[in-house]
Write a protein that binds this ligand. Structure first.
Ligand code: FAD
Ligand code: SIN
Length: 535
């Protein structure tokens, strides 16, 4: 199966192609370059677009006095609700501190305390202050700035902006040996072309746009996971969509990217209140407002359901230095008519993070030879059923370095793309809105067999709206469709409640579900589901 697109009109080459310019793609590219291999980094919009630059709270790493990777591991495993791959968590927490030190050496500047030490804050699920932050609540922007500056300084990394990766090119032996791309450019590389390589790294970020309301930017349409599926790669844990509990509520009819109110605001003391002005996290979890995100999101959802009010309140009025500590959030509240120093902030959950994705090993290698995945696109198993706050930027740094090391060690010869006779696939852009509504309604914070089947039947109908007119919008809509289908299939399969997957008809977790649900697509678009025991 491949996206319907015009015949490639141009060809380019590099040892390694990296798709995406967030923390994962940039880190991988820089580490590969250290070995002298050439890198082509393609990105579908401007180079700084993606979730990375929006990250607020920070990066988690055991750097504080008395903190250890082992304690970070414990918190990560608890948040992951019994589904983390322990080896992946070990890698994340033990290689994390060094990866952050390297980022600092590359020029990233983090906030300091009055004594000149790196300031560490706390977020949901962390039993210690271990979150580094920059510019108060603009951590992602600083990470992105520092890594981009390093990439732009390296003449061995060629960057093509406005280059949307369509499909992987596979050799006779089934190895990834390049991608097809659509470039909005000028000169010799415009329109559909082929980029050939000896290894391909997908780092296309998340898939928040599958839902009506999300913290993710417009580019987060899960293209890389869909591309991997079409190339025959396995995806796992896709039912575990994390809903961030505190997203600024504006109006239920406002779709797309919504302003986030970082968990770090609760880390600095903000309280959650219901419509009667009562704290509702008391008695629900020992960490109260700083319980893991799935627990807080569920309680907010319950409050909203019980009261009929579309949001709850966040009281941050006790944070005296709010404008200085959270300048980005302060501005977005003000832009929406709220002064958080004197007024309560209306908040509700919205889709935020895909804990699953392309199934990879500890070196970021997918089940297709030569095809790697990094960052939010990948499922390393480190997040299990629910990612611990601020472990995502860290994952991009740690696994980006590991992927680069593995590529340098194992990279094969050039292979020639085989003729691709698989079926073409393209849906109309007009499926996007009804798809997002159906996903939010039936496959959101709470799901049941009935609600999921309703969404599945909407998806079946939308799947009939095929198109013969390739465009950016139709490629993205087609990718969203594949991902929505994968999420609903996995969510129907998992008959229990665990982490960010909440089934109202199966409200308990069950040991028999300590398995990873894995899905694949064959070349004719048929789905295959299997499961694997969690290591
Ligand atoms: P991204 O940064 O999303 O980059 C993906 C890249 O791929 C982009 O350049 C995009 O344009 C490109 N791309 C997509 N599709 C294609 C295609 N078809 N062809 C070519 N290019 C493509 N995590 C934390 O750890 N700490 C935080 O404080 C934090 N706060 C967050 C706040 C917000 C508002 C959001 C949305 C997320 C936050 N997260 C946080 C999560 C974290 O930011 C992301 O998971 C992480 O940045 C993902 O990095 P990435 O490199 O995998 O993807
Ligand atoms: C936040 O700042 O609340 C987001 C942190 C994260 O998603 O890791």
């Amino acid at each position: 199966m491949k996206l319907l697109a015009g015949q490639p009109g141009w060809t380019t080459k590099a040892d390694v192609i990296v798709i995406g310019s967030g923390v994962a793609g940039l880190t991988t590219a820089l580490n590969i370059r250290a070995s002298g291999l050439s890198v082509l980094l393609v990105t579908k919009s401007r180079v700084d677009e993606g979730s990375t630059k929006w990250a607020q709270g920070g990066i988690a790493a055991a750097l504080g006095p008395g903190d250890t990777p082992d304690q970070h591991k414990k918190d990560t495993l608890i948040a992951g609700a019994g589904l983390c791959d322990e080896a992946a968590v070990d890698v994340l927490v033990s290689e994390g501190p060094e990866a952050v030190r390297k980022l600092i050496a590359q020029g990233a500047v983090f906030d300091k305390s009055e004594t000149g030490e790196i300031a560490l804050t706390r977020e949901g699920g962390h039993l210690r202050n271990r979150i580094l932050h920059a510019g108060g609540d603009a951590t992602g922007a600083e990470v992105s700035r520092a890594l981009l500056a390093a990439v732009q300084n390296d003449s061995g990394i060629e960057v093509i902006e406005h280059a949307l990766a369509l499909d992987a090119l596979l050799s006779e032996s089934g190895a990834a040996c390049g991608v097809t791309l659509h470039v909005i450019g000028a000169g010799s590389r415009d329109g559909v072309g082929r980029a050939l390589a000896r290894a391909v790294v997908i780092a296309t970020g998340g898939l928040g746009q599958v839902y009506s309301q999300t913290t993710n930017p417009a580019v987060s349409t899960g293209d890389g996971v869909a591309l991997a599926l079409r190339a025959g790669a396995a995806v796992a844990d896709v039912e575990f969509i994390q809903f961030h509990p505190t997203v600024l509520w504006r109006d239920s009819s406002v779709g797309g990217q919504q302003p986030l109110i970082s968990e770090a605001v609760r880390g600095e003391g903000a309280l959650l209140l219901n419509h009667r002005g009562e704290r509702f996290m008391i008695g629900k979890h020992p960490l109260l407002e700083l319980a893991p995100r799935d627990i807080v999101a569920k309680e907010i959802f319950n409050q909203i359901k019980e009261s009929g009010n579309p949001h709850v309140w966040l009281d941050a009025t006790a944070i005296a230095d709010f404008p200085e500590r959270f300048p980005t959030i302060f501005l977005s509240c003000k832009a929406n008519g709220i002064d958080p120093t004197t007024q309560l902030i209306p908040v509700s959950p919205a889709s935020h993070y895909a804990s699953g994705g392309v199934l990879v090993d500890l070196n970021g290698h997918s089940t297709v030879p030569g095809l790697y995945a990094c960052g939010e696109t990948a499922c390393t198993g480190a997040h299990g059923a629910n990612r611990l706050a601020s472990n995502s930027l860290l994952e991009g740094l740690v696994f980006g370095a590991r992927i680069a090391a593995n590529i340098v060690e194992t990279i094969g010869d050039w292979e020639v793309p085989a003729e691709d006779y698989s079926m073409d696939f393209l849906l109309s852009p007009n499926i996007e809105l009804p798809l997002q509504l159906a996903m939010s309604q039936g496959a959101g914070v709470m799901r049941s067999e009935t609600s999921l089947n309703e969404t599945a039947s909407v998806l079946t109908q939308l799947g009939e709206r095929t198109s013969t007119e390739p465009s950016l919008e139709s490629w993205e809509a087609s990718n969203l469709y594949l991902l929505a289908t994968a999420i609903v299939r996995s969510a129907l399969e998992r008959k229990e409640t665990r982490g960010s997957h909440w089934r109202t008809d199966y409200p308990e977790s069950s040991d028999s579900w300590r398995i990873r649900i894995i899905q694949e697509l064959d070349r004719n678009g048929n789905w295959r589901t299997r499961s694997e025991e969690v290591k």
